[in-house]
Design a protein around this ligand. Structure first.
Ligand code: ATP
Ligand code: MG
Length: 424
């Protein structure tokens, strides 16, 4: 029997009843980013595999086991992007956006990771990412954090908390890494399988373990904060000062290390306890070394990415009310002549009434069935054209959302009536 064709596991359709919530989220985010002066950049979803291996790091979860990589028809190894930062850096380098200039950029779109699908974790998911280039100070880190802090109330979301840490310079981290390896080697028997592997490849990531049994061991581990270099320490202190001045609350989480290799100095996560182990809705930090790592001149950089599915899920759980845009009118018509006049009238009204949202009944039907559809469409008014209306040069109008009598309106006055409804 032929295999049933269906969507790939962990990849989902977004149906028309769900898209208004997505559109609201995306618009709120893009309006906010624009208001801070950030420009949108769009990159391809497929890149050379090498880009991700070199930027994210060979021993990260993403590169080790989560990438969708394949050979194209030329035999080149390509990868569906698992995140946006690497592509954004590549695009900026390639288009000369990093030379002696500051960039404040954002992007949105699908990302792909071969993970075990569960609530808040998918194989195709969506991120909005923000990246800044050419700014080395804590002021831009503070701006990025303030911007995200403003987003949650704008979306009607509560109880999303900020965690902050500093990863220091790469030298400081190397130094700390040694101390950490020493510590975990002393407790080797208590390490779970993932952590044993990470001890050899990427020991800092053990701190990021989601396994509750690792928690006590991780809490007692040496703290990166105690090994920071002076420059990173000052950067971190100034960032805290700026956040305090702006009234942004945070806790310092010494075990916050982030999954990707390219971070340094500031790292942060916005976390909720409502989504279980998938509680991070936004994560970011500074990645001063990445441009150079990809072959460019060193450029300081800082950014974050947020997971839209997780935000949607929170909006659903919190029953966040958002503006909907139902049609102003639904056009009901009886008979061939009425349909002809209706189409003509509808197109004319669309010319004359700016922003009009008008749904025309297609496919005919009885009075009852057309009204049922009008009601279901959530339109505010029904406009009715039948034989009488044709003969009298009128239409009938009925408010579908309030109990009221049907009204007769001259066809010549319909545009004016609808204009009033559209302008509210
Ligand atoms: P996690 O620790 O949850 O795996 P991560 O460190 O891999 O997250 P990042 O690469 O920093 O995540 O991605 C930024 C954000 O994108 C995450 O905080 C999360 O909100 C979202 N995200 C990451 N992976 C997924 C996924 N597989 N499905 C849905 N959202 C995701
Ligand atoms: Mg991950």
């Amino acid at each position: 029997m032929a295999k049933k064709i269906q969507a790939i596991r962990g990849m989902h359709d977004t149906l028309p009843e769900q898209t208004p919530r997505w559109q609201h989220l995306e618009k709120t985010v893009s309006d906010l980013l624009q208001s801070y002066g950030y420009g949108e950049i769009r990159m391809p979803v497929v890149e050379m595999t090498e880009l991700f291996c070199r930027s994210i790091g060979e021993v990260t979860d993403i590169v080790e086991k989560e990438m969708y990589s394949f050979e194209d028809r030329n035999g080149d190894s390509l990868t569906l992007r698992p995140e946006g930062t690497a592509s954004c850096v590549r695009a900026c380098m390639e288009n000369g956006l990093l030379h002696n200039q500051v960039q404040k950029l954002w992007y949105k779109g699908p990302m792909f990771r071969h993970e075990r699908p569960q609530k808040g974790r998918y194989r195709q998911f969506h991120q909005v990412g923000v990246e800044t280039f050419g700014l080395a100070g804590p002021d831009i880190d503070a701006e990025l954090i303030c911007m995200t802090a403003r987003l949650w109330p704008a979306l009607g979301l509560k109880d999303i908390k900020l965690q902050l840490n500093s990863l220091g310079s790469s030298d400081a981290r190397a130094n700390y890494r040694e101390k950490l390896v020493e510590y975990y080697n002393q407790h080797a028997a208590k390490l779970d399988e993932d952590s044993q592997r990470r001890l050899k490849t990427n020991p800092l990531r053990i701190l990021d373990s989601k396994n509750p049994e690792m928690q006590a061991l991780n809490e007692a581990a040496p703290k990166l904060m105690d090994y920071l270099d002076d420059d990173s320490r000052q950067h971190f202190e100034r960032l805290r000062e700026l956040l305090d001045a702006a009234g942004v609350e945070y806790t310092i989480n010494p075990r916050l290390v982030r999954g990707l290799d390219y971070y340094c100095k500031t790292v942060f996560e916005w976390v909720t306890d409502k989504l279980g182990a998938q509680g991070t809705v936004c994560a970011g930090g500074r990645f001063d070394g990445l441009v150079e790592q990809l072959g460019g001149k060193p450029v300081p950089a800082s950014g974050f990415a947020m997971g839209l599915e997780r935000l949607i899920s929170l909006m659903e759980d919190d029953n966040v009310v958002f503006p909907t845009r139902p049609a102003h009118a639904y056009l009901v018509m009886f008979g061939d002549e009425a349909e002809k006049l209706g189409l003509q009238l509808a197109e004319q009204l669309r010319n004359e009434v700016t922003d009009l949202r008008l749904v025309m009944n297609c496919g005919g039907g009885s009075f009852k069935s057309q009204f049922k559809k009008a009601d279901k469409s959530n339109a505010l008014f029904a406009i009715i054209i039948g034989e009488d209306e044709i003969n009298n040069g009128t239409v009938s109008m009925k408010n579908l959302r309030e109990k009221s009598e049907q009204q007769t309106v001259q066809q010549s006055e319909l545009a004016e009536q609808l204009n009033k409804i559209v302008r509210g």
